[in-house]
Design a protein around this ligand. Structure first.
Ligand code: RNT
Ligand code: ZN
Length: 422
């Protein structure tokens, strides 16, 4: 355990080093404190949800691993997430899927859910003083017929899912209103084809129609904002996805709603970092699902990769912190789930801090005078600046464990709580 005094000393030295390069560490930390990451509920229970125990996940989503201790109830998931929050510097949000409805005796189907099934979530978030985000759930349900939801050829199936879409927007608005923090309701559907389709046009035109019906009811944007999430392919949808990038980009821009860029949804060498400034030329706000695909959309725990740093850099250096709703999306059941949550979340925050501590004004000035030599030299030298000392200080100041000390807390929680779950 590092002593408080040493952490402070290291911070002071680091701060001087940064100041010499024109970077104000205090200002950086202040900015960082204002960023709330929307942390996904589904890391805590392998995207299980609490509607029914026997429904297969489907929709091309696959969680591997059977590490013991998964949350079996909403109450357990809430307790686990409180543990996570206690290990993260800053104030963050919780992102809930519709399948996390709590039925309390009276089962209602997805086309009939309402804020009633989410009261416990809202009360809990209110108690913690955190914001919440929401998602329609278009998977793990018998009406995901043949893998189709909003593009299904049968009108009655489409109608069911349209109703679900509207219900969720209403729930999103109720959440936003109750918590006094705008809720983002994100729509993703699994629809796609394993093999080459004969008709690419039909499903897309049906999807436009379905989406228009979902977004027709006017909802105060103070309470809820809507977003659509593209994907190029998935397991079992290798050849065609109606809700592709171009499809939803066009849809979001023409309808004035948000777009959600998921880092795992594109071709392996295609990153979402470069898309941020392009999309923000045409949309007021953007949502992200920061994830880590390994060979495919595998949703591995977010690590501090070049890609993660590039995403954070684009947000920070582009001046987009107020226009990008940063969310996480991954699920790993092969390691302690709380640790998975903490590692990915801390990495996201860390990547933002690294971007905030870059002497970007000098680098941009070099670029403007076409001094690309200086640009490259400064980019590379920045990589060995004493970032870690600033991060440790930030954790200390926020009363959360410094360095790897959080792990001991997770291990203790595993011993006291998780290991007692069967
Ligand atoms: C699936 C999408 C989607 C889901 C969550 C559970 O490929 O990324 O966002 O991961 O809604
Ligand atoms: Zn996603």
């Amino acid at each position: 355990m590092k002593s408080t005094k040493k952490i402070e000393q290291a911070y002071r030295l680091a701060s001087e080093r940064y100041a010499a390069l024109g970077v104000d560490t205090e200002a950086a930390l202040k900015k960082l404190a204002g960023v709330s990451i929307s942390i996904h509920c589904w890391q805590g229970d392998d995207v299980g949800g609490f509607e029914s125990a026997d429904m297969e996940l489907g929709g091309g989503l696959a969680v591997t691993g059977n590490y013991p201790g998964k949350a079996r109830t909403a109450a357990e998931l809430r307790a686990d997430f409180e543990k996570v929050l206690s290990l993260l510097p800053g104030k963050h949000r919780f992102n809930v899927h519709a399948s996390y409805a709590e039925m309390s005796g009276k089962r209602v189907d997805r086309d009939e859910i309402s804020v009633e099934q989410f009261r416990n979530w809202i009360d809990w978030a209110k108690k913690l003083g955190i914001g919440m985000d929401f998602n329609q759930t278009y998977f793990a349900h018998p009406k995901v017929d043949g893998g189709f939801t909003l593009t299904h050829p049968d009108k009655s199936i489409r109608t069911f899912w349209i109703e679900h879409g509207i219900r969720c927007r209403e729930i999103g608005a109720a959440i936003g209103k109750a918590l006094g923090k705008t809720c983002l309701t994100n729509l993703w559907i699994p629809d796609g084809m394993k093999d080459t389709p004969a008709d690419r046009r039909g499903p897309r035109e049906r999807l436009v129609e379905s989406l228009d019906a979902i977004f027709k009811p006017k909802i105060d944007r103070k309470y809820n904002v809507d977003s659509v999430e593209p994907k190029l392919f998935g397991i079992g949808a290798e050849s065609y996805t109606p809700g592709s990038h171009e499809f939803y980009l066009g849809y979001a821009v023409s309808r004035g709603i948000l777009l959600t860029l998921d880092a795992g949804h594109y071709h392996p060498t295609e990153t979402i970092a470069d898309k941020i400034s392009a999309v923000l030329c045409f949309l007021p706000e953007l949502a992200l699902h920061v994830s880590r695909g390994v060979r495919w959309d595998s949703d591995h725990v977010v690590t501090l990769t070049d890609e993660l740093q590039a995403i954070a850099q684009e947000i920070v250096w582009g001046g987009y912190l107020g226009r990008v709703r940063i969310g996480l999306d991954y699920f790993d059941a092969s390691i302690n789930r709380i640790a998975a949550w903490v590692i990915g979340s801390r990495n996201m925050i860390r990547a933002l801090l690294m971007a905030l501590l870059t002497p970007i004004d000098s680098i941009k000035a070099a670029e403007a005078r076409r001094d690309y030599t200086t640009r490259l030299a400064l980019f590379e030298e920045t990589k060995s600046l004493p970032f870690g000392a600033v991060w440790d200080w930030y954790c200390l100041k926020n009363d959360v464990p410094v360095g790897e000390a959080w792990l001991a807390e997770v291990k203790q929680y595993e011993k006291d709580v998780l290991s007692k779950r069967s």
